[in-house]
Design a protein around this ligand. Sequence first.
Ligand code: SAM
Ligand code: SF4
Length: 333
Amino acid sequence: MTKKQNFQAMGALLKAKFLAKGTPLLINWAITYKCNNQCLYCKIAEQKVEELETSQIIKLIDVLHKENSLMINFTGGEPLVHPDIDKILQYTAEKGISIILNTNGILLSEKESLLDYVQTVKLSFDGPMEIHDKLRGKGTFVKAIQAIETVEKSKAKLMLCTVLSQYNLDSIEYILNATKKLDSLVFFQPITPEILGSAQPNPLLPEIAKYRKAIDNLLELKRSKSLGKYIANSYTALKYLYDWPNVRKINCAAGLLFAHISADGYLMRCARNAGPCRMEKLDPKHDFRESFEMLRKQKKVPCYCTGMLEFNSLLELNLESSVNLLKKTEKIS
Ligand SMILES: C[S@@+](CC[C@H](N)C(=O)[O-])C[C@H]1O[C@@H](n2cnc3c(N)ncnc32)[C@H](O)[C@@H]1O
Ligand code: SF4
């Protein structure tokens, strides 16, 4: 982010904290639920909804621009399968909104030119080839490596994202060494109790004791000189996530600093906390600000969404996580 954007973000944070006035600084947008892959822990692509038309998406970007959004994380489904993704990214970039592209990487080398519009590629990376392919499908590891090479040739920054499941708790050091080689960052995300996008129990959940040992290991690694700086999660967030799957309820900054937009144009807190906070469909009859502010109604929620968790700690004025977020944002945007 530019210096000006940093000041804007600081102003928005103070307004949110002390005046309870919200700014949608970060929008997490599932631009489509369609996907070119079938990961074991995700059935988002099975959600059949009437997705927003590109013209509606463009109008919504105009609204977000007026509302001073600084960053949109385009996710999905797989955002690169959206037929108009080039137009959407170009329009967003022209509005001066920074772009994070959350992708499985499969199509990235084919769509290399899109990276001209993107600040950060958030690439899913679940471990060594055997494990990544087991979770995300045969051949996906090679595709992820190709995606990394594509990002390295571009001006975009790379960030990895690892879902912690029963298969990769022993691969944390492998993942961190890979991140170090790339001089990048990695966010660790606990797996959801249900398969994402469905109500089905997730068969990939790790044993709680093993998961907690892995988080202890991550905390230890975060303290280490050689690997610590490559972990994007703050100590505060990691300590909080230690209690998964029974984390305490915390203040959610949705409606104050961030929001999620679903593929069919609903405003929500986040993808993992959708149930109780699904909002009115965004159409010309519904004012964005009104819907955004309604997200605040249910304040305390359990939060497993690693990126949003960092924002929530920001609102609590937690020094460690705020400094961590600032440093990490500097590195990847
Ligand atoms: C739904 S995907 C969409 C973006 C893109 N298709 C991808 O796979 O990176 C967004 C993120 O959610 C993660 N994810 C998927 N299923 C999950 C689950 N059950 N629990 C936690 N994270 C999950 C993915 O690994 C990815 O990092
Ligand atoms: S995690 Fe991403 S790549 Fe995997 S099935 Fe879900 S949307 Fe597709």
